[in-house]
Write a protein that binds this ligand. Sequence first.
Ligand SMILES: [Zn+2]
Length: 452
Amino acid sequence: MIKNLNFFNTLSNKREKFTPINNNKIGMYVCGPTVYDFPHIGNARPLVVFDVLFRLLRNLYGKNKVTYVRNITDIDDKIIEASQKKQKNIKELTETITKSFHEDCNYLNCLNPTYEPKATEHIKEMINMVSNLLKNNHAYENERHVYFSVSSFKNYGKLSNKNSEQLVAGSRVEISKYKKDPLDFVLWKPSEENDPGWDSPWGRGRPGWHLECSVMSEKFLGKQFDIHGGGLDLIFPHHENEIAQSCSSNKNDKFANYWLHNGFVTFDKEKMSKSIGNIVTINKLRQNVNGQVVRLALLSSHYKQPLDWNEKLIKESQNTLDKWYSQFEKIKSEELKDDILKPLQEDLNTPEYITKLHSLYEKSSKGSKSSKIEFLSACQLIGLLQEDKQSWENFKKSKIKVDENFINQKIQDRNEARKKANYKLADTLRKELEDNGVIIEDKQNKTTWKYK
Ligand SMILES: [Zn+2]
């Protein structure tokens, strides 16, 4: 079974044909959230991007042939700091954020990963890997700390395509008196009495963040697997360190074969309104914007490119879905033709796929039942138009805001009424706008408005 699938592989720095280790057992690992604060729209991007990749792989290789692992980091310095700052105990904090994260995933219509391991449930395996690294002379212990010795691993910097000097110069490396070299990174560190800790051969302590992904990917996918994903910001040091740990522990120069990294989300601050733009955590976004709209907006740029999050993008996505939903009906998804799938097979080109969806929509709105099924199946492949139409209509009714033309017309009418000293009419018009969720303000002979 040969599938035409290409990815840009960060490891080789070029586009490559995807060849799985085993066609019947595709493995994908994506770094999940550190549950110390509510996930924001930047965190939503990899969730949706790799969900689309998961769906595509399932479509190409078979539903049960793909294993998707996404971890939950529930022990980390950031969590300890946040729990002190918020005066919440760690368990309560991590459980609240994990619950909210799962609600975010549902809202964004992401499929559950096959496994979602928690760091705190794999401490024993992490201690084993640290022992292994010490035994293989890739790590050293210093006053209850254990560090990975970067100079012991010759391929360090290969993923980020930098030598060790560039790595030190180009990044903020953690400074510690226990390290032999600035690039060395912590595998195990001692815990303060009141902080979470586990007994280990190096005393009571906790693992370094990088370690868990090496341990959990191996547990669920094996020593070598197909795809590793995450945000661009994770390439160095996190992913570089994962490779160093896993390869050194396993005495193997292979770890993940294909590394995929999504770009950042930027914010158009000036044009952002309070109603949507300033709300960047997903759980707040949930109250104002339909999850399908957010999903389509996140897929509107190619995953490697930066994505600018702004009100225009949200409105455009809303309008598109509004149009597309006119074709909605419950269908049984059918297999898609190769030429429809092609953009996704070419390094997950979602903007081109969305262009294709627009033309399928045109065909569907004019054409036969089969073109409708084709359009809806193509939407569903990337997790769109799966909720029922009624809930979309209800959402629109409850949330839709009055049109700007309507607002401007009312303001114009009101100003004319005021000119003619018809203050009663002017007040009625102001009240009418208010009832529609619009507040107006008169300043220096000008009337401005905003949504409530
Ligand atoms: Zn990771």
